[in-house]
Design a protein around this ligand. Structure first.
Ligand SMILES: Nc1ncnc2c1ncn2[C@@H]1O[C@H](COP(=O)(O)OP(=O)(O)OP(=O)(O)O)[C@@H](O)[C@H]1O
Ligand SMILES: [Mg+2]
Length: 251
């Protein structure tokens, strides 16, 4: 039995611009494997195609060419989605709900029983240091509070596989540290984690392996321990910068 949780083969996505209906390639022939219990960081400059890749893996977008399987099912299959937690880049919340009500709603969509939903919501609010705000309407939340709630909702179904798009976006230094601690806890529990980030020190601390996406192409994929320990690079930043300078040169 394969140990791969995510497998893509020549995954490609074109968008069509409204102006002159011109096609442009956003994800270009991406072939990638993520193993069970691995923490994988997808890096890339703004517009590199990271969020689009995540959406393809979740089945929110259909590929123009190529394929992706997630947890042994084609991307977007409901059987896989039930075991996935997702934090979108720009999470949207029903602002008239309180944080606890929103988590309850998220649990309901996964078919979790009432008592269990309540317990999980309480535990997760505690995990993201939001217990004090569980009964506050979301419209009164700051950006960082919404991000913390987004992280909590992504864990309501105790997922096997976690997709987080910029989990530390909008968080203060304590929030960033909290997210790192949560990631370590999830890693210790054997979860598979795939996340996009620009914060290379955090990625370096947490990830087992990174991929570097540049103009839709995978221009680097390496174990963090190899990059930072004897790989000829001082740190992940140096590796990242070399990859994006070597455009198109798959390593
Ligand atoms: N729905 C869409 N229609 C047309 N173009 C799109 C659409 N979504 C994204 N794009 C384009 O695709 C490219 C990749 O976008 P994507 O959001 O995947 O980048 P990213 O790597 O996540 O960037 P960032 O670091 O800024 O979040 C960009 O040029 C973007 O403008
Ligand atoms: Mg993005």
């Amino acid at each position: 039995m394969t140990n791969s949780v995510i497998e893509t083969s020549s995954l490609t996505k074109d968008h069509v611009s409204h102006f002159l209906r011109k096609r442009f390639r956003v994800v270009d022939g991406l072939t990638l494997t993520v193993e069970r219990s691995e923490t994988f960081g997808l890096l890339g400059l703004n517009g590199a195609g990271k969020t689009t890749t995540l959406k393809l893996l979740l089945g929110l977008l259909r590929p123009t060419a190529g394929s992706a399987t997630v947890l042994g099912f084609p991307a977007g299959d409901r059987r896989a989605l039930a075991k996935i937690g997702f934090l979108p880049e720009n999470p949207y919340f029903y602002s008239y709900l309180t944080g606890s009500e929103f988590l309850d709603f998220a649990g309901l969509t996964f078919g979790i029983a009432k008592q269990e939903r309540r317990e999980r919501a309480e535990q997760l609010l505690q995990l993201v240091s939001m217990s004090h705000a569980g009964d506050t309407p979301i419209r009164k939340y700051s950006k960082g509070m919404m991000q913390r709630l987004g992280i909590a909702q992504s864990l309501m179904n105790d997922p096997e596989l976690i997709f987080w798009d910029e989990p530390t976006s909008g968080l203060d230094p304590i929030g960033r540290r909290d997210v790192r601690l949560i990631l370590h806890k999830l890693k210790d529990r054997g979860k598979t984690i795939f996340f996009n980030s620009h914060l290379l020190p955090d990625v370096s601390e947490i990830c087992d392996r990174v991929g570097v996406l540049h103009k839709g192409k995978l221009v680097g994929s390496e174990k963090v321990s190899t990059v930072t320990g004897g790989g000829g690079y001082q740190n992940l930043e140096e590796y990242f910068l070399e990859c994006v300078n070597c455009e198109g040169a798959a390593r």
